[in-house]
Design a protein around this ligand. Structure first.
Ligand SMILES: NC(=O)c1ccc[n+]([C@@H]2O[C@H](COP(=O)([O-])OP(=O)(O)OC[C@H]3O[C@@H](n4cnc5c(N)ncnc54)[C@H](OP(=O)(O)O)[C@@H]3O)[C@@H](O)[C@H]2O)c1
Length: 271
């Protein structure tokens, strides 16, 4: 069970379904899209620490947990498309990242597969990969053969890399000049008739969307742990043009999981 602390009055509710009942795939008006991000962080704000063995940044085992993973899966279940970074695809190919993309794998999440079918959604969300370098390993792309894959890149992207991706059936869209830009990406996604996009990349892609006012909602799990460490990522680690205001939609305490879940509307109040 969870305690929903906000909006008041507080009440007990099951963890299962807490996010699935939000119907995020039906929240955008005609011709629009809802883009939402989700992170799990420690109380000292770490979403990833550098792993001494692999040298890669990864979500620390001290904060990752099954109860949060259930909510991660519920958010993924509501997505028409998922937004990932090329660096994630490179880590996936090296075996240093958890496979985040199949929704509802295994008997425990069968209800989410059934739910998608009942909602008329595709078995799996499509995937958009954000990349300037276009260094996206074929081995990682091969794991996504069951769905539409789109690479969002820049006008200056290497033409040979673009041609190689297209040859293997991956769509490439230009959404920016030197860097992919948030609003250009949002427009590209609405142009493809997507209504809900789940952003699961790290701080660089998050910043790109925030800086352009191109993201609508932030789900943030705070695990009640202090991690320390000098080499880490937070949900945002570069400058923004201006502070971004968040309006709290809901706050849940998960006493059993030693964490709380916050659901924010982005840009909904004055900064
Ligand atoms: N705890 C959590 O909830 C959570 C959630 C997400 C991620 N993480 C962790 O955070 C760390 C970083 O994640 P990440 O590497 O996926 O994310 P990221 O820092 O957002 O993305 C980095 C990559 O995305 C591409 N990119 C980003 N912004 C771009 C832009 N404006 N234009 C073009 N390309 C752009 C670049 O690809 P190219 O180099 O190909 O150009 C870049 O290498 C990872 O360790 C991950 O595990 C934690």
């Amino acid at each position: 069970m969870l305690t929903r602390l906000w909006p008041a009055p507080a009440r007990q509710m099951p963890l299962q379904g807490a996010y699935l009942n939000l119907d995020l795939h039906r929240q955008a008006g005609d011709g629009n899209i809802l883009i939402y991000a989700n992170y799990i962080a420690s109380v000292d704000g770490r979403i990833a620490l550098r792993d001494a063995d692999s040298g890669e940044f990864a979500v620390p085992a001290a904060i990752a947990n099954e109860r949060d993973w259930r909510l991660y899966q519920e958010l993924a279940a509501q997505a028409d498309v998922m937004i990932v970074s090329a660096r994630y695809m490179r880590q996936l190919a090296k075996g240093t990242a958890q496979d985040l993309l199949p929704v509802g794998q295994g008997p425990r999440y069968r209800d989410l597969r059934d739910w998608r079918a009942g909602q008329g959604l595709a078995a799996q969300p499509d995937v958009v990969i954000v990349s300037a370098s276009l260094d996206i390993p074929g081995a990682a792309l091969a794991r996504l053969a069951d769905r539409r894959v789109i690479v969002a890149t820049t006008a200056g992207a290497d033409a040979d890399n673009v041609a190689a991706l297209r040859e293997r059936g991956t769509e490439v869209v230009v959404a920016g000049t030197d860097r992919v830009e948030g609003m250009a990406l949002r427009q590209a996604l609405t142009g493809m008739a997507y209504r809900s996009a789940y952003m699961i990349a790290g701080p660089a892609v998050h910043r790109m969307l925030l800086a352009d006012g191109a993201i609508d909602r932030l789900f943030l799990t705070t695990r009640h742990r202090l991690l320390g460490g000098g080499e880490f990522h937070t949900i945002l680690d570069q400058d923004l043009p201006a502070p971004v205001a968040l309006a709290l939609n809901a706050m849940y305490l998960d006493a059993e999981g030693e964490q709380h879940f916050a659901d924010y509307r982005i840009g909904a109040a004055r900064a």
